[in-house]
Design a protein around this ligand. Structure first.
Ligand SMILES: CC(C)(COP(=O)(O)OP(=O)(O)OC[C@H]1O[C@@H](n2cnc3c(N)ncnc32)[C@H](O)[C@@H]1OP(=O)(O)O)[C@@H](O)C(=O)NCCC(=O)NCCS
Length: 173
């Protein structure tokens, strides 16, 4: 695999609009291969805003790790440190988001962000993390399994009237 040159760092207040824009880009690319309806458009435009990103950034229980190439954002991971896992109440560190822009996928940024998140969590006494992933997102599920995650439960994501099956995955370290 070709490894891209990228740098990892924590987010600052100057990164919030770039994080919001990247989130819209990656979310739409990942989840709307057949086009965009109003529920999806409303969700993306209301959820991935600079204001919402700022709210998360200012929450001491949330932590953004960024990946950059040539000084530009190419991916990020968002940790939520006080989110009890439905499948394991003792596990409270969640990956709320892990997004790499399509042009940089497959170049090691996702794994590098995961490794940095693990070190960050270990330094704070955590020994596991969890996340939910859309059951149809086979590319991400394959990535997480390859990186050591196991399937420990099931849940769903509500969008408009529809419920979308999600897997709960955990990584113990
Ligand atoms: C899923 C995602 C985070 C992965 O990040 P990435 O930077 O593309 O992945 P990496 O290049 O770091 O891959 C790391 C390893 O996983 C492997 N891998 C990646 N996808 C895989 C798959 N579907 N099946 C098996 N292995 C996979 C790679 O070969 C690589 O292996 P290696 O380190 O042993 O050489 C990224 O592609 C992405 O943002 N996708 C769109 C958004 C998304 O679905 N996010 C997750 C939502 S929960």
């Amino acid at each position: 695999m070709t490894q891209a040159a990228f740098q990892l760092r924590a987010a600052t207040g100057a990164d919030l609009s770039a994080i919001a824009a990247l989130s819209q880009l990656v979310w739409l690319h990942t989840y709307t291969p057949e086009g965009i309806n109003a529920d999806v458009a409303d969700y993306v435009l209301q959820e991935f805003t600079t204001a919402n990103t700022r709210q998360r950034f200012e929450d001491p229980n949330q932590h953004y790790l960024l990946a950059e190439a040539d000084g530009k954002l190419i991916g990020y991971l968002l940790l939520q440190l006080n989110a009890a896992c439905e499948a394991d109440a003792g596990c409270s560190a969640e990956i709320a988001r892990l997004y790499v822009i399509p042009q940089f996928a497959g170049k090691g940024a996702g794994r590098a962000l995961l490794s940095k998140a693990r070190r960050f969590l270990q330094s704070r006494g955590h020994h596991a993390l969890w996340l939910t992933v859309y059951a149809g997102n086979q590319a991400a599920i394959g990535f997480y399994r390859h990186c050591g995650f196991t399937h420990t439960g099931d849940t769903f994501f509500q969008l408009g009237e529809q419920q979308h099956a999600n897997l709960i995955l955990q990584w113990r370290f």
